[in-house]
Structure formats: structure tokens, C-alpha cells
Design a protein around this ligand. Structure first.
Ligand code: HEM
Length: 200
């Protein structure tokens, strides 16, 4: 059976490192928000430190993977997620009811990728202001708190949805573990990408 490479080693490593960092941030973000959880597993200071340092490292895997010769597929996919055809916008608008030939990622997956990229930037910048607040005016600190909370909540919801989709779409999930998908799966779920691969 023919198998197509969907994610190379760099992409899979970035995905799982990102998942680890996001998991740690959500895990430590909950007691930071609901102060009453402090001390259940770690004392407050440890949780703040883990959250801060994990947060500061959050952009690293993506940035490192995009720079340098190892990042060809990462750069290709970043470009892919930024390009939206009219048909893809209609697919998203109709929540997938409109039948189209799909790219390597369907519009829902592209939107998820773009949201996570934006969340990393917004949470990093607002987290930086929260930590080094004395260098910023009061209005910035207030804005950073509201922004950080709002995006943290959105990340929680989107990540929960992402995990649900991964667990209910076995072949897509396995491709993030082993790298490949069957040609049959790709013909159904990513026809445009199969055509693109066979043309190169
Ligand atoms: C998945 C990503 C993240 C989630 C879910 C998250 C969640 C949270 C939550 C819920 C709080 C509590 C806010 C409050 O008390 O109202 C918080 C605080 C904070 N976060 Fe994040 N955050 C994330 C990413 C980041 C990043 C990237 C940084 C990087 C600098 C960061 C730095 C901070 C700092 C410094 C605080 C204040 C901690 C304190 O009370 O001393 N966070 N975060």
C-alpha cells in the first residue's frame, strides 16, 4: 500500500514539544487563575516559576524549526496555512457541508494552526508585561491581564477540541506519530495535496 509523508521528523517534534509546553502552561495556569488550588501539588512560587519559564520558551520550537535547512516542510506548511481560496472560506462558513477538493489541511485545521500561532504571540507578549509590569503603565498591565485571561481561556477550549478531533480521527492522529498516511486516506481527505505531490 502506497504511503505519503505528511509530517517529517522536524514537524512531529515541534508538534509534540508544543503540546508538552501548552500542557504545562494550562496545568500551571489553572491554579494561577483559581488561587485556591495553590499548594495542592506545588507551592505558589514553584507554579509561577514553571509557568513563566515554560511560557518564555513557548515560541522556541516553532522559531527554530522555521529557520535553517531542516525547516523546508515547516515553511511550506506555514505558507499553505496562510493561503485561503474562496472555496475554502465557503467550506469553513458551511462547517464542511460544501464538498471541495481539500488541501493538505482542511480549513478547520488551517484555522486551528493560525489561531495557535496568534495565541503564542499574544500570550507571550501579555505574559511578559504581567511579569515585568513595573516597566509598563498601569493601563498596559490591566490590558495584559484581561488579554492573557481571555486568550488562555480560548486556548483551553481550542486545545480540548483539537484533542477530541485527534482521538476521533485515527489516521490523522497516527500520521502525527509515524509521519505517513495511506494514499487512500489522502485521496479522500486531502485530494488537492495528493495531486500536488504527484506533480512534483
Ligand atoms: C497556553 C498558554 C498559556 C495559558 C493557558 C496561560 C494561562 C495563564 C493564567 C490562567 C494566568 C492567571 C491570570 C490571572 O491571575 O488572572 C496566567 C498568568 C501568568 N502567565 Fe500565563 N498562560 C499561558 C502562556 C503564558 C506565556 C507564553 C507566558 C510568557 C511570558 C506567561 C506568563 C504569565 C505570567 C508572568 C503570569 C502571572 C503569574 C503570577 O501571578 O505571578 N503565560 N497565565
Amino acid at each position: 500500500m502506497v504511503r505519503l509523508l505528511r509530517f517529517d521528523g522536524v514537524q512531529r517534534s515541534v508538534h509534540w514539544l508544543n503540546a508538552l509546553l501548552f500542557g504545562a502552561l494550562i496545568f500551571t495556569g489553572i491554579p494561577l487563575y483559581f488561587g485556591s488550588f495553590f499548594g495542592v501539588i506545588f507551592p505558589r512560587h514553584e507554579i509561577q516559576e514553571i509557568h513563566l519559564w515554560t511560557g518564555l520558551m513557548l515560541p522556541l520550537p516553532i522559531v527554530v524549526s522555521l529557520l535553517g535547512p531542516w525547516g523546508r516542510r515547516m515553511r511550506q506548511d506555514l505558507h499553505r496555512c496562510s493561503y485561503w481560496s474562496k472555496a475554502e472560506l465557503r467550506w469553513l462558513w458551511t462547517l464542511g457541508r460544501e464538498r471541495i477538493d481539500l488541501d493538505k489541511y482542511n480549513p478547520g485545521q488551517k484555522a486551528n494552526g493560525l489561531f495557535i500561532g496568534a495565541a503564542i504571540i499574544v500570550l507571550w507578549v501579555s505574559g511578559y508585561v504581567l511579569q515585568w509590569f513595573r516597566f509598563f503603565p498601569v493601563s498596559w498591565r490591566e490590558g495584559a491581564t484581561v488579554t492573557h485571561d481571555f486568550w488562555a481561556f480560548a486556548v483551553f477550549v481550542v486545545v480540548a477540541g483539537h484533542i477530541f478531533m485527534a482521538l476521533t480521527h485515527r489516521e490523522a492522529m497516527v500520521s502525527m506519530l509515524k509521519g505517513t498516511v495511506s494514499e487512500k486516506w489522502a485521496q479522500t481527505h486531502a485530494k488537492e495535496w495528493v495531486d500536488e505531490e504527484s506533480a512534483t
